[in-house]
Design a protein around this ligand. Structure first.
Ligand code: HEC
Ligand code: HEC
Length: 349
């Protein structure tokens, strides 16, 4: 009966709440391939020709390891250093116009493969911009090219390019990472960099007060874990156990109710589009048992209801997003259901 009651509740839908970041709709195998693909790309960022500009050599701090001396500067609130502070650079780094170090949120120092992966997700926002940067520095100054050439932007040094790297290889490995994530960026900045799993958390509480009848039943928060396929469809199942107690003076009763609930649907979590269609349905009959004690005796009753209930929901697909339902206008009956998208803790390795 517990779930059947839910079908009526769908009438009282409250609009989805704004909340945490988008869920990661990648399958376990996509995530694993993406992590592997990025770990092949990550070493380029740690090559001296890249990381020295991206944090490892800092001409603006004492002991910053810059062979050409220390320079004064003022860092802006956005982490950028005004271009005027880079004017003196050209006297030595003469073979590259616009020689400069990146703002503080683009540093590669102290970052492992996972942290670099998150940085590439965060800074570019979408895979097209990431690839455009890897292919041609997004049309700006050709830092990647000069890094791969190994000249340090100077006309009088021996080039020391990153060993084993070419621009073609960089582009190929970048594209392989994007392909492993299903051809684009999805979810939050961790999506494709670390494993992530989610559940639909459901809880229900029902209360009836009608004449001599007082009845309460509840489903404690139940996590229905969902797993994704490569196309963003997902599914998962869990057993919901409702428990309740009733008083019809002078009798008292206990109530349990059990059924399997399946969550399924599809999530689209790209930069341009975000939606999560969720369907809840019972995949087993609803088995309830009631035991009643009265001063003059008692009774136990088992019953099975095999109605099938399917409830559709439209969500955005954010962690922490929830829906609250309450039963519309039935005198003496109050029922509330809470549905929430939760991120599950990953098992410790
Ligand atoms: C007086 C000359 C001189 C000036 C001026 C100068 N540099 Fe340098 N810089 C060097 C030398 C020499 C190296 C080391 C080149 C080598 O590794 O052979 C270097 C290396 C670097 C590196 C490391 C590059 C790499 O691939 O290892 C960075 C980053 C850098 N400079 C930034 C700057 C910035 C930013 C400015 C301006 C604020 C600047 N430099 C001004 C001489 C200079
Ligand atoms: C001369 C210093 C310099 C070198 C060498 C350099 N970069 Fe950069 N890089 C920059 C600057 C500066 C930016 C910030 C964008 C801008 O100002 O145009 C940047 C931005 C980036 C970004 C965007 C990062 C973000 O967080 O938005 C990536 C990725 C990147 N560089 C990769 C590389 C790789 C890979 C190499 C080596 C092949 C490299 N860079 C070599 C200076 C450099």
């Amino acid at each position: 009966m517990a779930f059947v009651v839910l079908s009526t509740l769908a009438l009282a839908q409250i609009s989805p709440s704004p909340s945490g970041g988008p869920i990661c709709p990648l399958s376990d195998s996509q995530t694993q391939k993406s992590i592997e693909a990025f770990s092949k790309l990550a070493p380029i960022f740690q090559q001296p020709r890249c990381i020295n500009c991206h944090g490892a050599v800092d001409p603006f701090t004492k002991g910053g390891g810059h062979p050409g001396g220390e320079f004064d500067f003022v860092r802006g609130e956005d982490g950028f250093i005004d271009s005027k502070y880079f004017e003196p650079c050209a006297s030595c780094h003469d073979a590259f116009e616009g020689w400069r170090t990146p703002p503080s949120d683009m540093l590669f120092t102290g970052k492992d493969s996972v942290a670099l992966c998150k940085l590439m997700k965060r800074q570019f926002g979408n895979a097209v911009r990431f690839m455009a940067h890897m292919i041609r520095d997004n049309g700006g100054d050709k830092f990647i090219e000069v890094g791969l050439a190994g000249t340090r932007g100077m006309s009088d040094t021996n080039p020391e390019p990153p060993p084993g790297w070419t621009h073609d290889k960089l582009i190929k490995l970048s594209q392989e990472w994007v392909d492993a994530m299903g051809g684009g960026y999805h979810g939050d900045e961790e999506c494709g960099c670390v494993p992530a799993h989610y559940a639909v958390r459901m809880s229900v509480s029902n209360e009836t007060n009608r004449g001599l009848l007082h009845h309460k039943s509840a489903l404690q928060p139940l996590d229905i874990p969902i797993t994704f396929e490569d196309d963003g469809t997902f599914s998962g199942e869990a057993v919901a156990n409702f428990k309740g107690a009733a008083v019809v003076s002078p009798c008292a009763g206990q109530y349990t109710d059990s059924l399997k609930v399946r969550a399924s649907g599809q999530a689209i979590e790209t930069t341009d589009e975000q939606s999560m269609r969720l369907k809840l349905e019972n995949t087993s009959p609803d088995v309830s048992s009631v035991s009643i004690q009265c001063p003059y005796g008692g009774a136990n009753k088992q019953s099975t209801h095999s109605e099938k209930t399917i409830l559709p929901f439209d969500l955005k697909g954010n962690v922490g997003e929830f829906l609250d339902y309450s039963m519309p206008n039935i005198p003496g009956f109050v029922s509330t259901t809470h549905l929430e998208i939760v991120k599950l803790a990953e098992p410790q390795k």
